[in-house]
Write a protein that binds this ligand. Structure first.
Ligand code: PEP
Ligand code: MG
Length: 792
């Protein structure tokens, strides 16, 4: 190597093996340019100063001794961290560039400008410490970044500032904590051509689901303008999630989630070229930063990068506003989930939660009770009370010392890839980010419970609730002949169960997903003109803004909600049951009142199959069918089986199957299977006739017990008599299994009984049930009981 290239190297000349020379960030950029450009990964060109350059700079300015003195004084307690940091930075900033290094930087910069066909091409100048981003030291963002630097003098100045930032107070203390010797850490400066993202957009992505570690989903955050706001958590970004296993199928759109972020501000270049934040326009706030094809393109890039590195990755991306090209501007290994303990599954439950005070995006799945400590600015960090719940607007690396001492973290702003989220995850703390106004709604010393246990929405509730923690060892679980499946209701928590060795989902109640992901009565969307309640009209208009049509809102939200349940165990079967609200529950959906009759006894009323072919609900059912069709054919989840609840007669079954076929769900076509619930005694009595019309049964012991014993399942007074092991109920179960098996039909079980009492599974195994579906908390115990019962 020539002397000049020792101090500065082009990205094209480094690869992942060069961490010692140019630091992790720059080595990784070089690696991607060399190895992944042919595969379609675009990384902006640039160069890096080497660790040799850094050492030469210190040596030629005689700084080593002076810096050492300050550090010794700090170690000896003679001066404070602040004093040491300030003095060392001043020493570095006061140095002069050795001519040959300055010349090498300038030469490379001129070449970059020439290639870009632009005088003084704007560049991003980033620090890359040679001991940063190692797998066990990922508190990234320790050192400075300067965006939109233009011209040689400004570039040399920014490089010097990067050098000095190796000795920010937090970086010094971080290295002390981690035990890295200061003299073994050097700094490489990465100089990368700016992506013109100020009118484009940018963000962060992870090649796995950050909360659950689910390996088959990519998480993307996006905001308008330059990317720093997303990283810092200064903005509430859009969030998208993509299922990886279908990315090689060009006809599919496997986007599991699209959540519109508030995006109140964006970072642009001010008149002097320095970045600054400005408010976004209403149009920007109301639209997604990325189109569907762009979301899929980024997800594909994430997968290519992950495959290349052979491990989950954390990446930053930016979109050029002129060409629309998507660039990857950074990539580093994901450090939390990839090192998590895979042998156990810990879950949390808040007992008797108090009033909901606020909600936001949950980070992790833990819950904790504690006392609020509001810290509005980094200057007040000293006020933080150890062990309390840190409530703040946003965080940056200066906050790490108190984050480490917090019980939980709650922020006003930021998405799941913000600094607060990333650090909380590393520390294993529950955090709720992007709450909007936590710093206003909560007050110091308030007792609260912070829970991320319920799925994607984190909640802060009043008071100190008890928290039940269950830890399941996942090793050495038995294999069973009888399939053991899950009953899932909450799409936002579904990915969390991916490590359970389930045989699929035996019951996903659509009404739960409608409640959480849609919230509007389907008839109110199909016939908005018939909605009379003005408040409901306004809210429906608000929720459906941005969708192609009101019916499309229902189909889109429902399909996406269900897709997460379909994804976590793909390709195992997932039985989605069509909606089974009672009329009073349907009426409670937005706009529902205009479409539901009042019934004295909704449990025995207009519910289940009877609705689907009725003129009063047919158009609503059509939307349910379209959502399933979209899920199976456009999104690709062909593992989804449809189930019909509360089907009173075989004649009803025929009518429902005909309506389904009209709306793209023909039984048998493209492998579509249709099951029926066995939850009415008539289903048992006429089992052979039902078996002819469906691919299988699933026994609902809740309704079957209610209707066999004549006991309202919600009656407290009769609760002691409501027994699923009553001989009459057991007879029903045994009989339907025998009848179904005689004609070659399958029978599963999805009622609550074995979830409440895992011993109940023994009855079912004895009767020869094909599958048992239970809630996640009882899965492991039921699996063990099934295994015992099978072996004798
Ligand atoms: C049942 O009836 O047992 C059942 C699983 O359905 P649901 O509880 O939704 O009525
Ligand atoms: Mg039922």
């Amino acid at each position: 190597m020539a002397r000049t290239t020792q101090h500065v190297v082009n990205f094209t000349n480094v690869n992942r093996g060069d961490v010692g020379l140019v630091g992790g960030k720059n080595a990784s950029l070089g690696e991607m340019i060399g190895a992944l450009q042919p595969k379609g990964i675009l990384v902006p060109p640039g160069f890096a100063t080497t660790s040799d350059a850094f050492r030469s700079y210190l040596a030629s300015n005689d700084l080593n001794g002076a810096i050492g003195q300050q550090l010794d004084a700090l170690a000896g307690g003679k001066i404070t961290l602040q004093t040491a940091g300030k003095r060392i930075r001043a020493l570095i900033l006061g140095g002069d560039w050795p001519d040959e290094i300055a010349e090498a930087i300038a030469t490379h910069y001129r070449a970059l400008s020439e290639a870009a066909n632009e005088a003084n091409v704007p560049v991003a100048v980033r620090s890359s410490a040679t001991a940063e981003d190692l797998p066990d030291a990922s508190f990234a963002g320790q050192q400075e970044t300067f965006l939109n630097v233009s011209g040689e003098a400004a570039l040399l100045d920014a490089c010097k500032r990067c050098y000095a930032s190796l000795f920010t107070d937090r970086a010094i203390s971080y290295r002390q904590v981690k035990g890295f010797a200061h003299e073994h850490v050097a700094l490489s400066v990465g100089v990368q051509q700016m992506v013109r993202a100020e009118d484009g957009g940018s963000g962060v992505m992870f090649s796995i689901d950050t909360e659950s570690g689910f390996p088959d989903a990519v998480l993307i955050n996006a905001a308008w303008g330059l990317g720093e706001n997303v990283v810092q958590g200064a903005v509430d970004p859009d969030e998208y999630q993509v299922f990886k296993l279908f990315l090689d199928k060009p006809d599919l759109t496997p986007i599991l989630e699209k959540r519109l972020g508030a995006k109140a501000i964006k970072m642009i270049h001010g008149r002097d070229g320095a970045p600054r934040n400005v408010p976004t326009s209403k149009a920007e706030r109301q639209s997604f930063v990325l189109s569907d094809p762009e979301i899929l393109s980024l997800a594909r890039q994430a997968k290519i990068i992950e495959d290349h590195y052979g491990q989950p990755m954390d990446m930053e991306w930016a979109r050029d506003s002129v060409t629309g090209t998507l660039y990857i501007v950074q990539a580093r290994p994901e450090t939390v989930q990839s090192r998590a303990d895979m042998g156990t599954l810990k879950s949390y439950e808040v007992i008797d939660p108090g009033e909901v005070l606020l909600t936001g995006l949950s980070v992790g799945s833990a819950a904790v009770a504690g006392r609020v400590s509001i810290i509005e600015s980094a200057d007040d960090i000293g006020r933080f009370v150890d062990g309390s719940v840190l409530v703040t607007g946003t965080t940056d690396p200066d906050w790490v010392p108190i984050m480490k001492r917090a019980a939980a973290i709650v922020t006003d702003h930021g998405g799941r890839t913000s600094h607060a989220a990333i650090v909380s995850r590393e520390l294993g703390l529950p955090a709720i980010v992007g709450c909007g106004n936590a710093t206003h709604l909560l007050h110091d010393e308030q007792d609260v419970t912070v829970s991320c246990a319920g799925g994607e929405e984190g909640v802060v509730t009043a008071g100190l609730s008890d928290i039940k923690i269950t830890e399941e060892a996942l090793e050495a679980l038995p294999e069973t002949k009888t399939k053991v499946m899950l009953n899932l209701a909450n799409p936002s928590a579904a990915l969390r169960w991916w490590r359970l060795p389930v045989d699929g989902v035996g019951l996903a109640r659509m009404e739960f997903v409608v409640n959480s992901a849609v919230r509007i009565h389907p008839m109110a969307l199909a016939h908005f003109e018939r909605v009379t309640d003005e408040t409901a009209r306004a809210e429906i208009a608000h929720l459906t803004a941005g969708y192609a049509s009101k019916p499309d809102y229902f189909v889109d939200r429902l399909a996406r909600g269900l897709s997460r349940i379909a994804a976590f165990c793909y390709p195992k079967p997932v039985i989605v049951r069509m909606s089974d609200f009672k009329t009073n529950e349907y009426a409670d959906l937005l706009g529902g009142r205009d479409f539901e009759p009042h019934e004295e006894n909704p449990m025995l009323g207009f519910r289940g199959a009877s609705r689907y072919y009725s003129d009063h609900y047919r158009d609503g059912f059509a939307l349910e069918c379209q959502a399933i069709a979209r899920l199976r054919t456009q999104m690709g989840f062909d593992n989804v089986i449809v189930m019909i609840p509360f089907c009173r007669t075989p004649e009803e079954a025929d009518k429902v199957l005909a309506v389904m076929a009209e709306h793209g769900l023909e039984r048998g076509r493209d492998g579509l299977e249709v099951y029926v619930m066995c939850e009415i005694p008539a289903n048992v009595v006429r089992a052979e006739e039902f078996a002819q019309r469906f691919d299988g049964f699933s026994i609902g012991s809740n309704d079957l017990t209610q209707l066999t014993l004549g006991i309202d399942r919600d009656s407290d007074a009769l609760a002691p008599l409501f027994r699923e092991d009553d001989p009459a109920v057991l007879w029903m179960i045994e009989t339907v299994i025998a009848k179904a098996h005689e004609v070659g039909s399958k029978v599963g079980f999805c009622g609550q009984a074995p979830s409440n009492d895992p011993d109940y599974a023994r009855h079912l195994v004895k009767f020869g049930i094909d599958s048992i579906s239970v809630t996640p908390d009882s899965f492991v115990q039921v699996l063990r009981n099934v295994s015992d019962a099978e072996s004798g």
